[in-house]
Every structure is written in C-alpha cells, then in structure tokens.
Design a protein around this ligand. Sequence first.
Ligand code: GLN
Ligand code: ZN
Length: 774
Amino acid sequence: MQTHILGYPRIGSKRELKKACEQYWSGKTSLTELLKVGNTISQQNWKLQQEAGIDLIPCNDFSFYDQVLDMILTLGAIPERYLEIASQKAELDLYFAMARGYQKDGLDITAMEMTKWFDTNYHYIVPEFQKNQQFSLFSQKIINEFISAKQAGVNAKPVIIGPLTYLLLGKEKEEGFDKLDLIGNLLPVYIEILKDLQSHGAEWIQFDEPFLGLDLSKKAKETYQSVYKELRREFPDLKFIIATYFEGLKDNLSLATSLPADVLHIDLVRCPEQLDEILNIIPQTLSLSLGIVDGRNIWKNDFEKSLNFIEKAVNAIGSERVFIAPSCSLLHSPFDLDSEKNEEILSPDIKQWMAFAKQKVYEIVSLKKLASGNANYPALQQFAENKKAVDTRKTSPLIHNQQVKDRVDLTTDDDAQRNSPFSRRKEDQQKVLQLPLFPTTTIGSFPQTQEVRAWRSKFKKGELTAEQYDDLLKKETERTIRWQEKIGIDVLVHGEFERNDMVEYFGEQLDGFAFTQNGWVQSYGSRCVKPPVIYGDVHRPHPMTVYWSQYAQSLTDQWVKGMLTGPVTILQWSFVRDDQPRSVTCKQIALAIRDEVNDLEKAGIRIIQIDEPAIREGLPLRKAEWQEYLKWAVESFRISASGVEDTTQIHTHMCYSEFNDIIQNIADMDADVITIECSRSQMELLQAFADFKYPNEIGPGVYDIHSPRVPSKEEMLDLLKKAQAVIPAQQLWVNPDCGLKTRHWDETEKALIAMVEAAKEAAEAFDNERNLVS
Ligand code: GLN
Ligand code: ZN
C-alpha cells in the first residue's frame, strides 16, 4: 500500500506568496527575492510531507499564479499580444503579464481570461487556442522543480495537467476548428517534457484528468484512448497515475479503467458509490488510488469509514495495488489548523472536528498504518481521537438543534409560494410604491473607503467603542442617503458600510457558523478567501439587518431597499457540513433569511433584495444532476422570499451569469425584480430573458462597476435602447452591474449622475413616442 498527495497548497502558511507577489508587482522587491520565497514554500511543503511519511510527494504543484498558466507557458502557447513582452522580459514577468495584463512602457495589453476551476472557487487562466496553434517547450519550470525536489532528497512525482484536460479547459479564439484537433501538435511537447523528466530520474508522472469525471463527447473519449496509448508506447517504463476528481467516473468508467496507466485515482468523497463498480471491472495491470480524505472541506476524516473502503479494495485487488490519497489536490484546503490558536475565534469544541491540509497529510499516513495492521502508538491514539471526534459530532448539542430540524421538516410548498401571482403583485406594488418608468436603483454597496475599513479594524481592535463606530457608520449612511436623494435615484440603499463581506456579515450573526483566523484558500493569483465554516444547524437568534435598514429608511421619504444575501450564496461561499445534504443546510439558511425578510417588512421596509450571485456556480458538473440541484436551490430562495405581503417587492441580484440554460429556473424564483450584470456583454445576456418572454421586472446593468472607467450618459442610453428592443419598457429598471464597494466615490458619483440622466431621458423619449402614437 502506498500513500500520495495530489498537490499541496502553495500560498504559504502565512500567505507568504501573496505578500511576496504583491510586493514584487508594486516594485518593492526584486525577482530574486520573489523566487526565493517560492522556493522556500516548495521546500517547506516537501519537508512536511517527507516528515509525515508520505510515499509519493508531488512536485510542480507549486505555482506563482496558477497551474494552468504554468502549463500554458511550459507549452509555449503564448498569445500573440504578449510576444513583444516575451522577447524583452524575464519569463516570470511575461507570466504575470499574461495573468494580469500589462500597462507600462507605452504598452496596454489585456490579461488572459480567468474562469472557475470546475465547481470550486479557484479560478484558472483559460488557454487561448488559434486554428493553427503551435506548441513548443518554452518554460523549464516542471524540470527545474523536479531537480530542486531531488536536491532536497525527494524523488518527487511531477504533477502535470493531462493533455486532454489541458485542451478541454481552453477556448478557441477563432472559428473553424475543434480544439481537440490540436492534440497532434500538442502531444510531441508532452513527450519532450516526459523525456526530460525521465532523463533526470523521474519514475512517476501524475496526469490530472478531471474531465474524465465530466460529460465527454465521443471524439474526446476516442482521443483519450489514442493519446494515452501513444504516451505509453513512448514511455513503457514511466509509471503513470491518471488522476480524476470532483466527480464520479460514471459513464466514463470503462474508458478510464481501460487507459494504459499504472494507477487510476478516483474521488471517493464526491462519489463513494463508484468503488464497488470499479473493483468489479478493474484490469489486473491497474492499481487504484482511493481519494478518501476530503480535499475540498475542513472536516476530520472518518477513519472507520475510510478503513472500510481500504479493506474492501485490499480484499479485491491486494494491498500492493492500493494507494491512499486525498480526494483531490489540497490546494482547496486551508494550510494548517495548528495556527488557529485564538480560542475566542475558533472554539476548541469545534476545532476538534476539523483538519486542514497539514492534518490531512497526517490522516493519510495514519490510515495507511492502521490499514496495514502495523499501527504504532501515535496512529492508534489518533484512531481513538478520531473516533471520539466523529462520534461527538453526531450528537453534539452545539450542532444539533431539534427545533431547526423540525421547522425544516414542517416546511411545505405553501411556504415557498407568494400569496398571489406576479401579475397581481405588480399592480398592488405599484399602488404602494408609485415608481416611475425606468426606475433607478443600485445593487447595494457604496464605496468601502479606506476610512470605512479603518473604522472597522479599529473597532475590532477595541480602539473605537461600539458607540463611536456606530456613529461613524450612521454619518456615512446618512451622507449616502442624502446624496442619492440629491441626484434623484428612485430606490435608495443604505450603502452596506457595516458589512465586511456579504456572507461573513450574516454568518457572524447566525448560529451554526464558525470562523477561522488563518483558514485562507487561494481564489486566484494572490487573492485568497477565508470562507466561514457551517458546522451546525443554522438558526437566527436575532434580526441582522433591521437596525441599519430602519435607520436609513427613517432618514428619507423615499423607498430604501433592504439588503440580504440569499441562502444559496451563503451556502456556496462557505465550508459546509458533510454530515447532512447541502440541500438541508440550504433550507435552514433559507428559513433564517425568511425571518429576516419578514422582520424587515414589519419594520416598514417595502422593497427587499435577496442577492443570489452564486446560484449558477452551484450547478453540478454533470448536466444530468442539474435539475435536482436547481429544484432545491430555487425552492430555498422562494422560502426566504415568500413570507411577505403581495405589496412588498422582492428583488434578487445575480452577476457573472449566463442565463440561457437556466432561465426557466430563474423565472421559477419568482422575484418581482431581478438585476443582472449585462454591460460587458452589451446586453447580450438579456437575450435569454427576451427569448423566454421573462414575465417579471428586470434591471440589466448599464455600467460595468469592475472598472474605474466612468461611462457616459450616451453609452448608457444606448444600452437602454438595446434593452428596450428586447424587453418591454414597463418591465425595465436602470442600475449598475453590481455593488459599488470596490469603487471610489468620485467615479461612482459621476457614473450614477449620468445613469440617472440616462434613465430620465429614456423615460421621456418613451412617453413622447407613446403620445405620438395615441
Ligand atoms: N449587495 C451586494 C453589493 O452590492 C451584492 C454583491 C454581489 O453581487 N457580489 O455589494
Ligand atoms: Zn453582483
């Protein structure tokens, strides 16, 4: 039996890489310094795994920005716009230019596109392919890392994105070809890389092929066969691990087991039921790597359960053919639970149930010892501790709240249903709200200036009293209300100055959530997120936002919109429980948000927005599972929104979304108004709503808040005209693409003034036309 790790987090236990990169980008440190930090992190990671006793330690899992970008540069697939930089700059500067764009020395080159890595919150750089795309070995990173591991006494297993996954991750940048046809140009470079690695003494290669867990075309399946056959022919002696993760192999099972690899890695956390079937058909020549320690979550492994898996595999194929591993790369886990020292932040009662990357490495090693029957004292002790933790989690009153469970059980279809259909609600709402044609609003947050953030941090450190902090926020809120009144926005917001983050703010006030001090996970490049941990039944002990909404509403005669984060988004951006289905946790959150919505209504708030930007990213990787997810996701939203009177207007907001394939489900959410990101696509995203004849109201964003650029009134009018061409004017709202918290006030002021003018002009033009007709 052998242990291995698919990849280790690389941001550093104290986010050293983040800091070093950002200093380098701002010109404060040298390239040599940066390279040194990178090397130190790799060395530390190898040492840690070595000391723990891992048999096969990965290399090339380190990256200064992203592993896909590493591969792009390794393969020399550099888009043309960077060629000038390529000829002048150091390799790492070219690399960062591709990741982040380049605006210096009279050059203005856009960054490569970034998108989500499967269903994680990690973002990778998307390979760009031309019709006659060429590849040639460019960066030596993978070889260098192998050599440097060897010097550190580790005969490492280079991890490389498999050729099929590499192609499937990319995007064709011109018409008239299929990226899979590039395999003929691509494969020789892979062969060259493997030859190099072999000549330096590599024995193992891990090909990451997560696409084997996804829906594949017939052509992709055939290409898988031919590619690995050829690689095998070239390298009869190299040991190949083909790693799949994030999904079960399902209909690709026989394809995956027929590839000429030495080891197939499967994700048994995501899809435990695949083990039996694989053991039935696995060929004699293939070993199986059991991904049993969850690489995507922060819970302690259940040793008893894992040992059962191992035993089953050992009985079927013999221990020499069994490997033990985390389900996927540990990139998606925070670094080290031992650095959570502040018991007031993370209580020991909850901490005892958790494991971060380092702890997971030790779990793997202990599992091997326990499974091979030669467990030493520490392993046995760990087993006892593990069992205790797993057992207490099943019954702990910290986790289990019978009232919450009962309430979820008693929720009926009625609870997910507004009193009247939208057409009726629209009339009733209009009587109360009296909004003009093309009503204007914003998505919620106003600029979170340095100042606002400084108040919060001073308050947290005790340098400001609660009263002082409250006063400052009130002044900022009032200023924002007055300013919106002055420029003539129709539906105001309070500005969200009291919030650090749209999920954390709610999590901090709900029972069942815990927070960490250092539980950082890489999101993209140097950006990390620290997701809350949902450990128990979710319950709202007291109102969360009523205070601020009520205060803001008390300042003005205009409508102030209440602002909430929706249940799916809270779920999606947290570490979730693994002891109950996501759908149940989501419903619990939905009920908590429902109580908040109802309390806002009671406090006189007539318009309430429930943000769900993450609804689309929760979609399962396999299309066959979409409808089941959408059913409970949409139902959760509806539960949160349906406790109010017909006259109360419910808004929702989504960004980064393509809506075409889920438009029916968005309509099923039945929000009175939906605001969406639209400006970057020049209203193209609206087409899905038009084709569907989406019945409720829509606010397509008319300006891109992700850029400091101030759009002109004309531009926005133009976009509004485009919107009117496909959606009836009576259904349209006018708003930016998303919240304004990352913007500065001066840009925001100019842009919103122009936006209000554009809306007024559009309304006048519409009225004139109507008069002409009548
Ligand atoms: N209401 C939130 C804000 O304005 C919405 C943010 C989001 O959609 N990501 O900041
Ligand atoms: Zn948004």
